[in-house]
Design a protein around this ligand. Structure first.
Ligand SMILES: *[C@@H]1O[C@H](CO)[C@@H](O)[C@H](O)[C@H]1NC(C)=O
Ligand SMILES: *[C@@H]1O[C@H](CO)[C@@H](O)[C@H](O)[C@H]1NC(C)=O
Ligand SMILES: *[C@@H]1O[C@H](CO)[C@@H](O)[C@H](O)[C@H]1NC(C)=O
Ligand SMILES: *[C@@H]1O[C@H](CO)[C@@H](O)[C@H](O)[C@H]1NC(C)=O
Ligand SMILES: *[C@@H]1O[C@H](CO)[C@@H](O)[C@H](O)[C@H]1NC(C)=O
Ligand SMILES: *[C@@H]1O[C@H](CO)[C@@H](O)[C@H](O)[C@H]1NC(C)=O
Ligand SMILES: *[C@@H]1O[C@H](CO)[C@@H](O)[C@H](O)[C@H]1NC(C)=O
Length: 777
């Protein structure tokens, strides 16, 4: 519970930060994007959400949705909270989402409760704390967007309805009103292509397997991990109906897919005259699974296929008029002529409007960040200018570290959404840019002639670092930055349901270091040697002060004993310990390398022995003791979607390949790495073992280490994991506290000692990976 008086202070803080906002609607062209469900049905949907969340206590809330409340406040989402008779709390929102956000704000700041991907803390006080007066909050922007097109593959691919339901609840509580709804689209595509005369084998070699659909949809890949079973289509359709129904009932505006131009190769068999271009291979793939076929949007066939698809899509799913299409994602267009680029976007948009005259095109702005040498101002201006002003929404996709609005005069007048990308590949690892997200959205809104219409969350993968997503979601409803240190102190109190000085101090340290990445353009892949193929040239730099993390680890550990029954705390103790051990791996790696370079066999054996025979096995045991760090869960979810053993093997191969080799031959090796129990033991650990043994042999024989030969050998280990057919537990095993204690006692002091003697650098701008992408030498 909060110390008495705290909730009163909080409500005053919130009240001070709000004022009545009455800006005119920014884009009339977007005015039709609003909930279709009736006010009453939205209120009922929020009531049901509350039942799922807090059971019978839901009856102590009165939920009202009244759309006039938004209209009275600059057409912006608004909620009002007040005490009602019989110690009840009444919430009125202009949409279901606004009401749900209000309730979550109340649960957080009056009841000290918390809901997250890694567990809830929902000890709601009884009676409900009362509210003095009316707490009214209006968001400064129309939209809160959620998901990257990749999230669908990295995190959501194996979800059943239960998991989706939980996520949609999370979205509503966190204020999301513009979510991507991409499931089931391949079923529609299959129908369209069959109706055009393609046969099943043409289609089977086109779709990727489930875990790679995001890149099939963006013309990066075809066929890899496929073919998609017919049962997949049915199940995804069923899910999509439920997803859309639930999103809409809560007052969200789901974003559907549109036609971006990628077509099966066999289209040319039926339309030999169509202007289909074979693209260059994507990333490290060759044309076996890449080199997509792109239909020129100006070709009449593009309009035909686009209209067929959209008509069928809308017939099946209904529409809220927002459609996503990314034609040139990580793909170089055929020409950089502005006239060409604007004719392409005009044609893509025209295929949307021919099926839905009210269509609005939502585009990920990643292409501009990814290929800055191609996308110069004239090219960006031309692409955006091909669509009538206000009929496109650009996602400024990684605005927390590389905003594009400022160098494009606010996307040359097209509306945009300031998005936090935060995570690549669904990697494990603590990370955040809290200073930047605390400032960025407000700066973007006050930019001269800003066309900003919202904020968004666009992580490639989720279920990591919930603190960052809670902060960003909250900022979307604020008028000014928060005091980060105060904010995180309240966060830790509600996440664990109690205040503990050590825990609060730990979070304070984390927020000033690991969560406060300020390196410009820093791209958050997990760069740790732990999750990469070993070599003698690995980078061990980090963006923060290591001692802060180790001190946070110590503080979490000494506070742990009485808190172990709190699921969020248990999770975080594992997560922080995991992060500390990840740093420890780097220290042992440096020792191994030094010993090898100096031909010191016994030092090499000692450091290598600790790493392979103790540190990594302990990390594996630690992760295996916590339900949210289990390889077995990921594999089990994949297999459970299958109808028979053949499908189960295909799904399992997809699931294993994505998080390791990423492609048949390690094409994007370890891009989507995960630190999970089972994976540390049977994948990363095996690889390190081979590395250490190889180095030992080299020193012993006086021969050099050959990376090429090692790569060939280690590929067998990596591929061996993908096909090892072993089952992994999907329930935690072992006592977390016992393991954490052992690990702490064994490693805390030695690592602190190594740190104080090692000469470490903090990553510099020029070394940051995205800097090198942006400004190649
Ligand atoms: C909705 O709010 C408006 C404006 O405050 C009010 O006039 C109207 O009666 C409300 N409608 C309902 C159903 O409460
Ligand atoms: C589909 O058509 C191709 C020729 O375009 C043919 O080789 C293949 O056998 C056909 N597949 C089926 C299932 O009919
Ligand atoms: C292309 O990739 C496929 C699949 O990974 C592989 O089997 C084939 O050898 C590669 N072809 C070339 C020419 O490298
Ligand atoms: C075919 O499409 C490509 C790519 O969009 C374009 O460069 C080319 O000019 C088009 N050819 C014709 C004849 O339209
Ligand atoms: C903002 O828009 C106004 C009116 O269109 C224009 O005169 C002004 O130059 C713009 N300012 C900037 C900084 O682009
Ligand atoms: C984050 O780092 C910056 C620059 O070092 C510093 O000014 C700021 O106070 C830090 N933020 C927090 C929350 O500690
Ligand atoms: C790193 O943090 C430790 C304590 O957490 C502090 O003593 C040290 O001065 C910091 N180092 C730098 C370079 O800021």
């Amino acid at each position: 519970m909060l110390p008495s008086g705290m909730s009163r202070v909080l409500s005053i803080t919130i009240l001070i930060s709000l004022y009545i906002f009455a800006a005119e609607c920014k884009f009339e062209t977007l005015a039709h994007l609003r909930p279709q469900a009736t006010d009453d049905s939205q209120a009922r949907a929020v009531g049901d959400l509350l039942q799922r969340l807090i059971g019978a206590r839901a009856n102590e809330f009165i939920v009202v949705v009244n759309r006039s409340l938004g209209l009275a406040n600059g057409d912006l989402d608004t909620y009002e909270l007040r005490s009602a008779r019989n110690e009840m709390i009444s919430v009125t929102g202009n949409t279901g989402v606004a009401a749900a956000t209000g309730i979550y704000n109340y649960l957080k700041y009056f009841c000290n409760c918390h809901v997250s991907w890694s567990g809830d803390q929902l000890r709601v006080p009884s009676p409900l704390p009362s509210i003095t007066g009316v707490l009214k909050i209006t968001t400064p922007n129309r939209f809160r967007y959620y998901q990257n097109v990749c999230t669908q593959s990295y995190s959501m691919v194996w979800w059943d309805w239960e998991r989706w339901e939980r996520e949609i609840d999370w979205m509503a509580l966190n204020g999301i009103n513009l979510p991507l709804a991409f499931s089931g689209q391949e079923a529609i595509w299959q129908e369209v292509y069959l109706s055009l005369g393609l046969n099943q084998s043409d289609i089977d070699s086109f779709f990727t397997g489930p875990a790679f659909l995001a890149w099939g949809r963006m013309s990066n890949l075809h066929g890899w991990g496929g073919p998609l079973p017919q049962s997949w289509h049915l199940k995804q359709l069923y899910l999509q109906y439920k997803i859309l129904d639930r999103m809409r009932s809560l007052g969200m505006i789901p974003v559907l897919p549109a036609f971006a131009g990628q077509v099966p190769e066999a289209i040319s068999k039926i339309y030999p005259k169509a202007n289909v271009t074979k693209l260059d291979p994507w990333s490290h793939f060759n044309c076996t699974y890449s080199c997509a076929y792109l239909l020129d949007p100006r070709d009449p066939l593009f309009q035909h296929i686009g209209t067929l698809f959209m008509t069928q899509l809308v017939r099946q799913f209904g529409t809220d008029h927002v459609y996503n299409a990314d034609t040139f994602n990580e793909m170089t267009p055929a020409s950089s002529e502005p006239a060409y680029l604007s004719s392409i976007s005009a044609a893509v948009f025209s295929a949307m409007t021919s099926a839905d005259p009210q269509a609005v095109w939502l585009m990920q702005g990643w292409l501009f960040v990814h290929q800055p040498t191609f996308w110069r101002p004239p090219q960006i201006k031309a692409l955006l200018g091909g669509v009538p002003l206000g009929r496109m929404i650009v996602l400024d996709l990684i605005a927390e570290s590389n905003p594009m609005y400022s160098s494009t005069q606010s996307f040359y007048g097209q509306p945009f959404i300031w998005c936090m990308l935060h995570n690549f590949g669904g990697n494990s690892g603590l990370f955040g840019t809290v200073e930047s997200i605390n400032r960025g959205p407000f700066e973007a809104l006050s930019f001269p002639n800003s066309t900003m219409v919202g904020t968004g969350l666009t992580p490639e993968g989720i279920e990591q670092n919930p603190v960052v997503y809670e902060l960003m979601s909250e900022l979307a409803w604020r008028r000014e930055p928060v005091n980060l240190q105060k904010w995180v102190s309240l966060y830790s109190a509600r996440r664990y349901g109690s205040r503990d000085e050590n825990v609060a101090a730990a979070w304070s340290l984390l927020f000033r270091s690991i969560y406060n990445c300020t390196v410009p353009f820093y791209k958050n892949h997990n760069h740790s040697p732990l999750v990469h193929r070993p070599s003698l040239r690995m980078n061990t730099d980090v963006w923060y002060n290591r001692s802060d993390l180790f001190e946070a680890w110590r503080l979490m550990y000494i506070a742990a004993k009485p808190l172990m029954s709190v699921e969020t705390f248990k999770h975080d103790l594992v997560d922080v310990t995991r992060e500390a051990l990840q740093l420890a791996v780097s220290e042992y790696y440096l020792e191994i390398r030094k010993a090898f370079q100096k031909h010191l066999l016994s030092e090499l054996l000692t450091a290598g022995g600790v790493l392979v025979y103790d540190l990594l096995p302990e990390l594996d045991r630690l992760l295996s003791s916590e339900s949210r760090f289990l390889l077995g869960v990921w594999l089990e979810q994949a297999r459970s979607l299958a109808l028979d053993e053949r499908e189960a093997s295909l799904y399992e191969m997809n699931a294993r390949n994505q998080i390791t080799l990423w492609g048949p031959e390690g094409n994007i090796l370890d891009y989507a790495s995960k630190e999970w129990g089972g994976l540390i033991g049977d994948y990363y650990s095996q690889r390190w073992s081979l590395f250490v043994t190889t180095l030992v042999k080299c020193v012993d024989r006086g021969s050099p280490f050959k990376q090429d030969a090692f790569n060939r050998d280690v590929f067998k280990v990596e591929k061996g994991f993908v096909y090892n057919q072993r089952r992994y537990p999907s329930k935690p095993t072992g006592d977390t506290y016992e393991i954490a204690t052992r690990v702490f006692l064994k490693y805390y002091r030695p690592i602190m000692k190594k740190l104080s003697t090692a000469c470490h650098s903090v990553i510099s701008l020029e070394e940051s990976p995205i800097f090198q992408d942006l400004f190649p030498q």
